[in-house]
Design a protein around this ligand. Structure first.
Ligand code: NAD
Ligand code: GLY
Length: 364
């Protein structure tokens, strides 16, 4: 295998393989390796479909000429991760006559992966889903681990299911058409892994910042593989987030509140909100005496080097964000739960975080 190709296995009750490498979308045998039935539905968005859907369809057809293939394309963006679009996918499956052995190919970023994955979890109580992530964020995070969901106006990912994919196939050449802003958003989630479980990876990222921002193929492939290895290890230990899978939500309580307050269609994308969320979570950790302010500042500086936002967007009201956090899935009846930081490579789930400390972190 070359430095551009990697495989990561996710073990456990529903094992699957993550394939990372250039040109994989044209590999019909790989795309159909886990296929069991006669129906395939490619779900994609209006940016990604014109670039890649035909190629995927051609590869599927070449490998399995008898396959009934449908294509469903929605508008792009977080504002489309809705129950309405979920219902649209279900309609297409019904019209296709998709049987229980049908397969959904989720071709796109995390919005498509989460929404199409949720449709796959629900149609006939669960059909196969193959994730074909085309954004860096989807390659390193959302396509792996089986969390699927749609957003509600009241909050992010409020309706969803755990539904692991049958395979994840990340064709790294698709990153060449990814807008630079979206590449940086994916790097925020990559930095997250270093922050919570791997101090050496955080140092590697600092050393490879320029190469990653310049789309260097080998550096990106290594960053994706190392991120997927961490996500695989955590999600196979704790597939349903009863324990330390929650660490993957570092920065996300703040991020989800920011995204919901901004109404999804405007302002930060998910990765940018996570960058600011990690800065705020590190600051909250320092307010609570768990991390030094120097390490919180160092994390902020690293995110800034990757050209990611590190400050709260103007116009957002701390009390309104706090109200959003009370509805976050990580909150419990007893109070707010946060992933707090203890310095490079170390994080912890903390319950009953005082709201006053959260407000202090938001206001400072
Ligand atoms: P996205 O799906 O909106 O993609 C970002 C943008 O890039 C979109 O405009 C998309 O059309 C475009 N795009 C994607 N690939 C492209 C390519 N190769 N070329 C050109 N354009 C391309 O957003 P995202 O950042 O990929 O994912 C964010 C979503 O993922 C959020 O909804 C978030 O909640 C979710 N998420 C889920 C998990 C999980 O475990 N399920 C984890 C992290 C994030
Ligand atoms: N992105 C958080 C998780 O997969 O658990």
């Amino acid at each position: 295998m070359s430095v551009l190709q990697h495989q990561v296995d996710v073990r456990g009750a529903a094992p699957y393989r993550i394939h990372i490498g250039p040109g994989l979308l044209d590999d019909g045998n790989l795309l159909t390796a886990t296929l069991r039935g006669r129906h395939a539905l490619i779900v994609s968005d209006a940016n990604v479909a014109p670039l890649y859907a035909k190629r995927v369809e051609a590869a599927l057809r070449a490998a399995q000429p008898e396959l009934r293939i449908a294509r469903h394309v929605i508008d792009a963006g977080e504002a489309e991760k809705t129950l309405t679009n979920f219902a649209g996918v279900i309609d297409v499956l019904a019209n296709l006559g998709a049987t229980r052995d049908a397969c959904i190919y989720a071709l796109g970023g995390g919005v498509i992966g989460d929404m199409a994955g949720f449709a796959g979890a629900c149609w006939m109580r669960g059909i196969d889903v193959v994730q074909l992530p085309t954004s860096l964020l989807a390659m390193v995070d959302s396509s792996v681990g089986g969390k699927t969901a749609v957003d509600m106006p009241q909050g992010k990912n409020l309706v969803g299911a755990f539904h692991p994919p049958r395979a994840v196939i990340a064709d790294t050449t698709t990153l060449r058409t990814l807008p630079p802003r979206e590449l940086r958003a994916g790097l925020a989630e990559v930095i997250k892994y270093g922050a919570i479980v791997d101090a050496d990876f955080l140092q590697w990222l600092a050393a490879h910042c320029d190469a990653l921002l310049a789309d260097d193929d080998a550096s990106l492939a290594e960053a994706i593989a190392r991120s997927c290895t961490h996500k695989a290890a955590i999600t196979e230990r704790d597939p349903f987030e009863h324990g330390d899978r929650a660490l993957l939500n570092f920065g996300h309580t703040f991020a989800h509140a920011i995204e919901a307050e901004q109404g999804y269609a405007h302002g930060f994308n998910h990765g940018e909100a996570v960058a600011v969320g990690m800065v705020l979570a590190a600051r909250l950790s320092s307010v609570l005496g768990m991390a030094t302010s120097a390490s919180a500042d160092a994390l902020r500086d690293l995110l800034q080097r990757f050209d990611l936002p590190v400050d709260m967007p103007t116009g957002l009201v701390p009390d309104a964000l706090l109200a959003r956090m009370r509805l976050d899935k990580k909150a419990q009846a007893s109070g707010l739960r946060f992933i707090l930081w203890q310095g490079p490579g170390s994080a912890q789930v903390v319950a009953d975080v005082p709201e006053a400390a959260v407000l202090q972190a938001l206001r400072s």
